[in-house]
Design a binder for this molecule. Structure first.
Ligand SMILES: *[C@@H]1O[C@H](CO)[C@@H](O)[C@H](O)[C@H]1NC(C)=O
Ligand SMILES: *[C@@H]1O[C@H](CO)[C@@H](O)[C@H](O)[C@H]1NC(C)=O
Ligand SMILES: [Ca+2]
Length: 261
């Protein structure tokens, strides 16, 4: 019985952590990750609400962390961590952090929406992990301007990095990305390592570009007040990394016309 379980767990981990897959010829990694103060939300690579308690624990552990505790989740929520998806956290509890009350999410309440201790550990949810050392790689950025750089910059970045930066500025503002330094493992289609920019809240819509090599990309201006940056490195060959700055600009009505919207 024990051996069977062990094999099952190993199979799960292999399945869950296999190298990035190709879809329509494009290297794709659709995990959705949101992070604040070491706490982050994870979906299974199979999609939303696909992790049993045991699988959820394995996901956090594989990334060097643990399931978040209620206190860690609440501490993250207090600095703006808001996710509309229920996930496992410590002690087989399920819930999610809500900052802004909404009718579609959290029953109009604010706080940790707590489904309590689950008796049935085979139920499937997302997961909330805690890993304070993962902090420098991504996060939610709300400042008016800020430098973003690859992990370890100005040293070379490491293999197998996944960083998501979600930039959210004031309503009516736009984000201007200015690249200051850029050196990411080069290949023709940027399949190995790359920085992707999305003119959107997530990495599903609003694709604005994928970059690798050592040519400095042009400035990128968002259409709205959110932007997502995703940096991924594969398991071999690193490079110098990148450094960029974003600034915010207000959008007066004279700023172009709205023919694109
Ligand atoms: C536990 O949850 C799983 C997944 O939702 C379900 O298939 C199963 O029937 C549940 N078991 C019990 C005893 O309720
Ligand atoms: C609005 O912008 C579009 C595209 O940039 C341009 O073709 C069009 O002439 C502009 N219209 C006005 C009234 O400025
Ligand atoms: Ca690489």
């Amino acid at each position: 019985m024990f051996a069977f379980r062990l094999i099952w767990v190993i199979c799960f981990i292999l399945e869950e952590t296999h190298e990035w897959g190709f879809k329509n010829g494009v290297l794709h990694n659709s995990i959705w990750l949101e992070q604040a103060a070491g706490v982050y939300h994870r979906e299974s690579r199979k999609g939303k609400y696909q992790l049993t308690y045991k699988e959820a624990k394995a996901v956090c552990k594989f990334e060097g962390g643990n399931l978040a505790s209620y206190e860690q989740l609440e501490a993250a929520r207090k600095i703006g961590f808001h996710v509309c998806a229920a996930g496992w956290f410590d002690k087989a509890r399920v819930g999610y952090p809500i900052v802004k009350a909404g009718t579609n999410c959290g029953f109009g309440k604010v706080g940790i929406i707590d489904y309590g201790y689950r008796l049935n550990k085979s139920e499937k949810w997302d997961v909330y992990c805690y890993n304070p050392t993962a902090k420098q790689c991504g996060g939610i950025l709300t400042e008016q301007r800020r430098i973003i750089q690859s992990p370890g910059y100005p040293d070379e970045y490491e293999d197998k990095q996944i960083c998501y930066w979600h930039i959210r500025v004031g309503y009516g503002q736009k984000i201007v990305l200015k690249f200051l330094d850029f050196d990411v493992e080069d290949d023709l289609a940027c399949l190995a390592d790359y920085l992707e920019v999305y003119d959107s809240y997530d990495d599903v819509s609003g694709f604005a570009g994928r970059f690798c090599g050592d040519e400095l990309p042009n400035d990128i201006i968002s259409t709205g007040n959110v932007m997502t940056l995703k940096f991924l490195s594969d398991s071999s060959v690193t490079a110098g990394g990148f450094r960029l700055e974003y600034v915010t600009v207000d959008t007066p009505s004279s700023f172009g016309n709205n023919s694109y919207s």
